[in-house]
Design a protein around this ligand. Sequence first.
Ligand code: NAD
Ligand code: UDP
Length: 336
Amino acid sequence: MKILVTGGSGYIGSHTCVELIDQGYEPIIVDNLCNSKEVVTDRIKEISGKRPKFYLGDIRNQTILEKIFNENEIDSVIHFAGLKAVGESVTKPLEYYDNNIYGSLVLLKAMKKANVKKIIFSSSATVYGTQPIIPYVETMQTGEPTQPYGRSKLFIEKILQDLFKAEKNWSITLLRYFNPVGAHSSGLIGEDPQGIPNNLMPYITQVAIGKRPSLAVFGNDYNTPDGTCVRDYIHVMDLAKGHVAALNNNNANNIQIFNLGSGKGTSVLEVISAFETVFGKKLPWHFAPRREGDLPAYWANADKAKQIMGWQTKLQLEDMVKDSWNWQRNNPQGFV
Ligand code: NAD
Ligand code: UDP
């Protein structure tokens, strides 16, 4: 069965392609390579024995999407393509809205034209905004994300909800990811941030490899057990499996929302400590002021995904830091 994977050469998309192939699906990638490299498809082949068909193209280009749907009998779409740097979205709101929202609209219109009405969308825990209660559960009202990236995710969720209200023959799954980290255990694919990493795990591994002098831990005075922020880290291979579970479940002419997280909160200092155990040395780090916009603590209630899709995380923090480090060590310059 052919699955169109938008943004399939990116971090989560590439790991999902590996899992799709493993489960007998045929992923077809469309990616404009604005944040990834085509060599990823070689690596996917090395891991899984099959190279996904690759279309170089932008999802805002209706012509390329129509060509893909005409040339391939696509069953479902997994929609990863988009811009994801929260801080950058504040300085480039038009680029973020254009890519994420307009791109999704062009994709949905092309799907409708091709009569492909099954889609899994990469949403984010950011759509919860600030909630008074932790853990976050799907039945909570969404909040007010504080930046254009988060708002773009919330708008796309609402667009998909409106679409389903109007056209009940769609099957739509919104997956709200918590904090994806880790890499495939082969060390052949992983997260390859351009420039200075924004996220904790790639920053840690770049300090460990000697690319950056020290990790700044943003804030030590939060109302959390050790004063640092608490998040729900999820191994990217568990996340990839979550997409396959969602695909298998997304047949019901329905719109469904699932948190994809471990259901467990981990502090920044706990991540550093787990990393040091694998690294075998102390990591240079220092406390720095809080980062604007960071929430003190949140994690997922992941019960719904378990009950309905039979999916839950299997990999632990130890696997996440081990595989992140293995990827970084084997690819000090990322994909070259
Ligand atoms: P990524 O940047 O590694 O992958 C996104 C891919 O989409 C890249 O390969 C990029 O080249 C491609 N792309 C971007 N705009 C495109 C366009 N207009 N047309 C075609 N291709 C385009 O990001 P990721 O971490 O793999 O994230 C995948 C999705 O998951 C994104 O939508 C992101 O917002 C969402 N998400 C990510 C996280 C996270 O922490 N990584 C958390 C929550 C949600
Ligand atoms: N963080 C940090 N130093 C960094 C990057 C992140 O202390 O260089 C902290 C950040 O404050 C947050 C946690 O690590 O508490 C996870 O941040 P990340 O950017 O990875 O994900 P977010 O939860 O913000 O989406």
